[in-house]
Design a protein around this ligand. Structure first.
Ligand code: NAD
Length: 257
């Protein structure tokens, strides 16, 4: 029960890493507020948590829209009187070298992956500031640190999230709020499945290529990232501030050649 009596809000928790983290947080005693733009996915996460005996509540919302985020806050405040953990996890990707990325796709990516973190934090951090406590986890990626082919726009967003994390930490340290970033390598989720299908003709070959850039020789699982998020959410990481937590099978720092 590492999150006993804590309230955690997770964006993009209707799929992949977000869903897995929501289930784990609930198992560890948190009341989990599941957000996603996709109602079906979000509700499924809540059902799974409830069936396992945990506490969860779904709030549909689009993290890129200030009116939607305000509405989320209104609904949140009707049911909850505090927030201990905000996991800014919602994110999307696209593929292409810089000259291949359309302006529309560029803007969409910046909106979800960067503006989403800005709007959600702006709306919910005042409740942490009031109580002088809280942990914010921003979803970055090892793509913020290493050059990956055809990932320029995505890497730009995740680099921005890492930079925001450090600056946010300085501003909110006086409120005893911790802000850290999670930097996963490739974790097998619908996000990666779609990326592989769209970017490669031979998915098996692509999977092997990705596996080989991680020293683990394996693709990560959502639970690998969820366990790292649990550490950042819990008081066990109380001395960790403004830091990146790599959970990447060695992709960032290792090179086996
Ligand atoms: P996923 O596609 O399985 O889940 C992402 C969820 O975010 C989806 O349910 C989607 O509906 C939701 N979402 C998208 N736009 C939204 C919006 N505007 N408002 C609210 N919700 C929205 O992806 P995942 O692999 O679980 O990725 C989760 C996060 O982890 C993303 O930020 C991603 O960039 C990051 N990440 C993933 C990997 C990986 O290999 N899977 C690696 C590093 C970082």
């Amino acid at each position: 029960m590492r999150l006993k009596d804590k309230t955690a809000l997770i964006t993009g928790a209707g799929s992949g890493i977000g869903r897995c983290t929501a289930l784990l947080f609930a198992e560890e005693g948190a009341g989990v507020v599941v957000n996603d733009i996709d109602a079906e996915g979000g509700q499924k996460t809540v059902e799974e948590i409830t069936q396992a005996g945990g506490k969860a509540y779904f709030i549909q919302g689009d993290v890129t829209s200030s009116s939607s985020v305000e509405e989320m806050k209104r609904i949140f405040l009707k049911r909850f009187d505090k927030i201990d953990v905000l996991f800014n996890n919602a994110g999307i990707s696209n593929i292409g070298a810089l000259h291949e990325v359309s302006e529309k796709d560029w803007d969409k990516l910046m909106n979800v992956n960067i503006k989403g973190v800005f709007l959600m934090t702006k709306s919910f951090i005042p409740f942490m500031m009031e109580r002088k406590t809280g942990s914010i986890i921003n979803m970055s990626s090892c793509a913020a640190e290493i050059g990956l082919s055809k990932r320029v726009a995505y890497s730009a967003t995740k680099g921005a999230v890492l930079a925001m994390t450090k600056a946010m930490q300085v501003d909110y340290a006086p409120y005893q709020i911790r802000v850290n970033a999670l930097l996963p390598g490739t974790i097998f989720t619908p996000f990666v499945e779609n990326y592989l299908k769209n970017a490669y003709e031979n998915v098996e070959e692509a999977l092997n290529k990705i596996k080989s850039r991680q020293l683990s020789g394996e693709i990560g699982k959502p639970i690998d990232a969820a366990m790292a998020a649990l550490y950042l959410a819990s008081d066990e990481s109380k001395f960790m501030m403004g830091s990146p937590l790599y959970i990447d099978g060695g992709a960032t720092f290792g090179k086996d050649a």
